[in-house]
Design a protein around this ligand. Structure first.
Ligand code: NAP
Length: 234
């Protein structure tokens, strides 16, 4: 058995591809999402990342089955898009609590096991809009920008203990999240993407498994764009 890996939001989309990529490498993978669904071969755990008790229980279940988690991927994310003047406190809080608060809860719990193991890889799934902004996504962009400061602070706090923390910032990826966008908005987005297409979830998962690999042992505090050139490295 390989490493003990925990991926949040792995029931579908990018997180599912990440879980599958680790399974292919021979790792033991636990997948935490509200539905508890997981790809075949992974341990599915029902968990709402906006709840501390759920996140702590998900780690306990994963660790009982697979041993201490040494690779944690905070991928669970939601959108509640609307223009600033129409955005309710609830729209703002719900997105921040899942996307940013969820990553915090995952990283905090993961760090416990990683400190004991004296090694660990924390990967936060951000977004190109965290650095570029996006109309109608004040809540979402703020949550994703927050992940950058979070990963860099973790990198500084835990680097001397053999733990790395990085952000992967996808551009537009073909999943249920982007399926909600209208055709006009999709065409507008693609016009700004040098590669002229959406990413596949596998193009994101490949970067996540790389960050968790030996080859990326000296990479920490980084934001790695997987956006077809949309952000030109940002
Ligand atoms: P998706 O298809 O909507 O999947 C979202 C995943 O998150 C699902 O597995 C969902 O499972 C889980 N989830 C949502 N809220 C949760 C919560 N409170 N607790 C636990 N799990 C929760 O989205 P996706 O496109 O794969 O996006 C995955 C990540 O990539 C997100 O962080 C997103 O912001 C980021 N991203 C996506 C794109 C894109 O173009 N698609 C671009 C940049 C960044 P349940 O419903 O079962 O809980």
């Amino acid at each position: 058995m390989g490493r003990s890996v925990l991926v949040t939001g792995g029931s579908r989309g990018i997180g599912r591809a990440i879980a599958e990529a680790f399974l292919e490498l021979g790792d033991a993978v636990a997948v935490a999402s509200r539905s508890g669904e997981a790809p075949p071969g992974a341990l599915g755990i029902a968990c709402d990342t906006s709840l501390t008790a759920d996140v702590d229980a998900a780690f306990a279940t994963a660790e009982e089955a697979h041993g201490p988690v040494t690779v944690a991927v905070a991928n669970a994310g939601v959108t509640r898009d609307t223009l600033l003047l129409r955005m309710s406190d609830e729209d703002f809080a719900a997105v921040l609590d899942t996307n940013l608060g969820g990553a915090f809860r995952v990283a905090r719990r993961a760090a416990k096991s990683m400190l004991r193991a004296k090694q660990g890889r924390i990967v936060l799934v951000g977004s190109v809009v965290g650095l570029m902004g996006s109309p109608g996504q004040v809540n979402y962009a703020a949550s994703k920008a927050g992940l950058v400061g979070m990963a860099r602070s973790i990198a500084r706090e835990l680097g001397s203990r053999g733990i790395t923390a990085n952000v992967v910032a996808p551009g537009f990826v073909d999943t249920e999240m982007t399926a909600e966008l209208g055709e006009e908005r999709k065409a507008e987005i693609l016009a700004g993407v040098p590669l002229g297409r959406y990413a596949t979830p596998q193009e994101v998962s490949g970067v996540v498994t790389w960050l968790a690999s030996e080859a990326a042992g000296y990479v920490t505090g980084a934001v790695i764009p997987v956006d077809g050139g949309l952000g030109m490295g940002h």
